[in-house]
Write a protein that binds this ligand. Structure first.
Ligand SMILES: Nc1ncnc2c1ncn2[C@@H]1O[C@H](COP(=O)(O)OP(=O)(O)OP(=O)(O)O)[C@@H](O)[C@H]1O
Length: 342
């Protein structure tokens, strides 16, 4: 399909997302008149995302892919992935418009149910998403909520050796920090963090400015502490989170179990949904920008490609942390200050 690039609508760590329209409307009946195109000068993430999306097939809770191609623009070779366009942006951008407030619980329940159904498809096809966060949950004009960004997704059978941080640390599960495990259970932990953020408008972990990265990893991996559960959340919501925030991945509830939890299994009245969502729609969308340098840790850039890492088996969490951290102090203030590490 021939297509024309439109305005930029989002930035990721390794890609730019723009609007795209088919250039020959007549001959493009199977494609929508407006799409999103994710473009990157590196092939790995785009290729992985395309291959995972192909394996997942059509699912109402997963962003659709219309194909991939390469272009040369301003002398630069770009790899492009054509995707369904989410006209209402990401949950992160929606939340930003609420100025620190969260979404009504009925809306959170509905969105959580959608993400769970998307995760059910991902896990049943033998993959883990590995980067569930509000930036990767997209909102559509018809009210649909879909999971996007499969650049980090990987097969559940993939090896877990070595030292690797995948995804966004604020959403990382204890077993990922400690043992490099990025399975279906780690997606459930990340979903719990996303639910807290959706409801409260604040990240599930509160981290003081100037805190050291290593101490944060220790809090997730070694300590007894769990992510914050908002006081104002209903008892059902608190119970739902208590099933997500179980340190032992074997004891954590699976997506299938959570789909039967009353927090999402019961259809809620959506009275307050429309009002608050309308308010969000009225705000003008701004292009979201992630910092280009992961965490403000200059030396973390060397971890951007798995193939470049010389893996050493490390047994203890402390050894692993020591190999992952630098001396620099990151900006902890908000989740958007974090970027995905590949
Ligand atoms: N299909 C889409 N429709 C509308 N907006 C989109 C779409 N896909 C992505 N975006 C916007 O672009 C942003 C970046 O996209 P995406 O997360 O896929 O890129 P990325 O390079 O994989 O990001 P990162 O790896 O930093 O998480 C999203 O947070 C969202 O705001």
């Amino acid at each position: 399909m021939e297509w024309v690039r439109g305005e930029t609508i989002g930035y990721g760590t390794f890609s730019t997302v723009s609007l795209a329209t088919p250039s020959n409307i007549k001959g493009s009946g199977e494609y929508p008149s407006l799409m999103a195109v994710k473009s990157s000068n590196s092939y790995g993430g785009i290729a992985n995302e395309k291959s995972v999306l192909d394996s997942l097939g059509d699912c109402p809770e997963i962003v659709r892919c219309f194909g991939e191609d390469q272009t040369v623009e301003k002398g630069e070779k770009l790899h492009n992935l054509l995707l369904e366009y989410a006209s209402r942006g990401s949950l992160a951008s929606q939340l930003k418009k609420l100025n620190g407030e969260g979404l009504p619980e009925t809306t959170v329940r509905r969105h959580t149910g959608s993400v769970l159904r998307g995760l059910r498809r991902i896990h049943s096809k033998g993959f883990a998403h590995c980067d569930i966060k509000l930036e990767n949950i997209l909102l559509f004009g018809d009210g649909a909520v879909k999971i996007a960004d499969f650049g980090l997704a990987r097969e559940l059978t993939a090896s877990k050796e070595g030292v690797e941080i995948r995804g966004t640390p604020l959403y990382m599960a204890p077993e990922s920090v400690n043992y490099n495990e990025y399975g279906a259970a780690a997606d459930v932990w990340a979903l719990g963090c996303a639910v807290v953020e959706m409801f409260s408008g604040e990240t599930a972990w509160s981290v003081e400015e100037g805190s050291h990265f290593m101490s944060f990893l220790l809090r997730i991996g070694v300590g007894e502490e769990l992510p914050r559960v908002p006081e104002e959340l209903s008892e059902e919501g608190k119970d739902f989170l208590s099933k997500c925030f179980v340190k032992d991945p074997e004891k954590r509830w699976t997506v299938e179990m959570l789909l039967n939890h009353p927090f999402v299994a019961v259809d809620c009245e959506d009275d307050d949904y429309d009002q608050r969502d309308e308010l969000c729609l009225k705000g003008k969308d701004k292009v979201s920008k992630s910092p280009r340098c992961p965490f403000g840790f200059p030396d973390w850039e060397s971890m951007s490609s798995e193939s470049e890492i010389q893996y050493q088996p490390l047994d203890s969490p402390v050894e692993r942390f020591a190999s992952l951290v630098s001396e620099s102090i990151p900006n902890w203030s908000v989740s958007e200050g974090w970027v995905t590490v590949r």
